[in-house]
Design a protein around this ligand. Sequence first.
Ligand code: FE2
Length: 289
Amino acid sequence: MQQSAQTRPQHAVTHDAMQSFSNATDPRLAEVMGLLVKHLHAFVAESNLTKAEWLKGLEFLTEAAKITSDERNEFSLFSDIMGISSMVDVVSQPPGGTSSSVLGPFHNHDSHTQPNGCDLTQGQPGDRVWLHGRVLDIHQKPIPNAEIDFWQNADNGLYPAQDPAQDPQNLRCKISCDPNGSFSLLTIRPHPYTVPTDGPVGALLAHSNRSIWRPSHFHIIVSAPGYVGLVTELFPSGSDYIDNDTVFGVRPGLIVDIKPCHDEQVAQRYGLTTPVNEVNFDFCLVKKN
Ligand SMILES: [Fe+2]
């Protein structure tokens, strides 16, 4: 006599559910879905998940779907605060290069290309910071004509997508590095900010007595033909929340000092007086296989 699903051993249910994906056309889909089933089933068994808790989980996902739009993705935020986004960064990182970090929700593919050395500050409030460096390969050789894609928040802690008073292109740009792999730009000191709290993820953070803050950071994507692209962030040392980033994006190698620069030529170029706040950071890219 065939056993009902309720009376079958747990491992048989897990086995059957894993097997149900084994005929996927894409073998990687079969592998990933099989492992996902295996670990989700183990979570249900180990936590003795109740029906009420399972329903609460479904309710959470339903609420996340309701609040998700083209401008706002609650599932992406959930991935971030669970540390999943950071785990994907860590396990997919090729060895030898600069550490990657989370992309975050405010990247804009349409950032305008600006001249190398550009001034992004345009009279707005904020401590001026001269950010510069080079793009190198793992042998410390410059990669000519690499591209930098840069964005950050304004002095009020907001990104243009959150603040209609800002130009959509404020404090963001793309820059082509020079033949020596060098880049520079003038920006402002970024500020800590909170992740969105008006959805189910915000409620979860509140119920969990968790911080909603991210430390201050510059966002940077570095790319060059023939090299693995790098999505990363630079975190000024001493920022609030640097030891308690709610999306787990901080890596030791990405913490930078904002130092005083006494180069008169740099100060003159931007109409500043010395010392100028300076961040000097070299990015290292790994060749594609
Ligand atoms: Fe950010």
